[in-house]
Design a protein around this ligand. Structure first.
Ligand code: ASP
Length: 397
């Protein structure tokens, strides 16, 4: 009985009840959104202190700049490899299925409220460096905060042992308190998830899914291949662990990613399950997961490559191979730049559409199903981060 009442099982039940609730009582489900919002706000409250403390102590416990470099290079190699595989897979699958080429949906009349994201390389590089760390913290700008804390931790490695330990102990205690808070908030997951799913179904209904089925199915199919074949193979071959056993240990994080559609909001939970159940060392999880939640988004990258080709198809534009190569590069770049929040991938789509000369207003064609696909792609984003943490754990002494 106790096993059945585990949070993961209750959360799965909450997803189903939430779907039924949103479908049959949409107005009430929309009113119940406050519960889900409170739940997400509580998780978000932990993100910045957790990122700050966990990255700091992770780097300090690596002990030296060489060890940090080693883990950092391996992490980036993993992120880049899996993200490129995801985009490549998306492009192959979309070229095979060709969703939208039969002209199944065209409803360009709805105007998009999304504006093009004009991100130059100059702004992109500068956006990593916080000119004022307190401003970055107050705005919740995660990448600049990561930049600062990595820099701060590397510099602290140079301090005398006594001073270094003082800082380490302080941030270690902050981290531990955050994890206790995370545990308490995690206990609220079923009710939070029930409200979030109920709201999503209540607001969107199931009709957009039916109308855009060819596109949605193509994205889901490719996401499943990446989650069930590509990433597990990497886990088996390079990480030498059983990904399915690991999946059952960390599934709670994936359920939360699914319900919140936010990698960042899922971070406290990913860290908790990865360390406590997945057996990953704190110094690896503490570094890889916060970084991964912001820069490693396989699901988002894959979805973007499919969405652009779908939009090109319904607008009757034939993309050349060189344009598809541009998509490959911009989708990888855009997924790194996308924040771990709901809908971030959709905003980044404007960048990719622009890069191949497609009108950004056409984004309105896919908005209706975006929240549904966001739930799946966020789960894959988090699954990619968690596999990465377990895999890199193997290479750390
Ligand atoms: N919601 C996604 C995430 O948080 C980003 C996206 O919109 O694709 O990982």
């Amino acid at each position: 009985m106790k096993k059945l009442l585990k949070i993961e099982n209750l959360t799965i039940l909450a997803i189903f009840i939430g779907i039924a609730f949103g479908y049959y009582l949409p107005n009430m489900a929309i009113d119940f959104k406050i519960i889900g919002d409170v739940y997400i706000a509580l998780l978000k409250m932990l993100i910045l202190p957790l990122i700050f403390a966990s990255i700091f102590i992770a780097i300090l416990s690596l002990g030296s700049i060489e060890e940090f470099k080693d883990l950092g290079i391996k992490a980036f190699a993993y992120y880049l490899a899996t993200t490129s595989l995801a985009v490549g897979l998306g492009l192959i699958v979309v070229n095979i299925f060709n969703p939208g080429s039969g002209g199944d949906v065209v409803n360009i009349s709805q105007t998009s409220h999304i504006e093009a994201k004009n991100l130059s390389i100059h702004d992109f590089i500068l956006s990593f460096i916080p000119s004022n760390i307190f401003e970055a913290l107050s705005k919740g700008a995660i990448l600049p905060v990561i930049f600062f804390v990595v820099f701060f931790a590397i510099a602290s490695l140079k301090l005398q042992k006594q001073k270094r330990e003082l800082l380490y102990n302080f941030f270690d205690s902050v981290n531990d308190s955050m994890m206790v808070m995370a545990k308490w908030i995690i206990a609220l997951t079923p009710i939070g998830v029930f409200s979030l799913i109920g709201y999503t179904i209540g607001k969107n209904g199931l009709t957009p899914l039916i109308e855009l089925y060819s596109y949605a199915l193509t994205v889901l199919f490719a996401l499943f291949i990446h989650a069930l074949i590509t990433l597990p193979l990497i886990a088996y071959i390079i990480g030498k662990f059983n990904p399915f056993k690991y999946f059952s240990q960390i599934k709670e994080a994936l359920l939360i990613a699914f319900s919140t559609a936010s990698s960042s909001a899922t971070l406290p939970v990913s860290m908790e399950v990865c360390e406590q159940k997945g057996g990953v060392d704190k110094k690896v999880a503490g570094f890889i997961l916060p970084l991964g939640a912001t820069v490693n988004m396989d699901g988002t990258a894959l979805y973007e490559s499919i969405a652009v080709l779908f939009i090109a198809n319904i607008s009757g534009v034939d993309l050349t191979l060189s344009q598809q190569i541009i998509i490959f590069l911009t989708a990888t770049f855009a997924s790194i730049g996308a924040a771990g929040i709901p809908g971030a991938g959709l905003v980044m789509m404007t960048l990719i559409l622009d890069s191949v000369g497609l009108p950004i207003e056409y984004i309105s064609l896919i908005i209706a199903v975006d929240r549904f696909l966001d739930m799946f792609r966020t789960s894959i984003n988090v699954w990619g981060d968690l596999i990465g943490a377990k895999l890199l754990n193997r290479f750390i002494k």
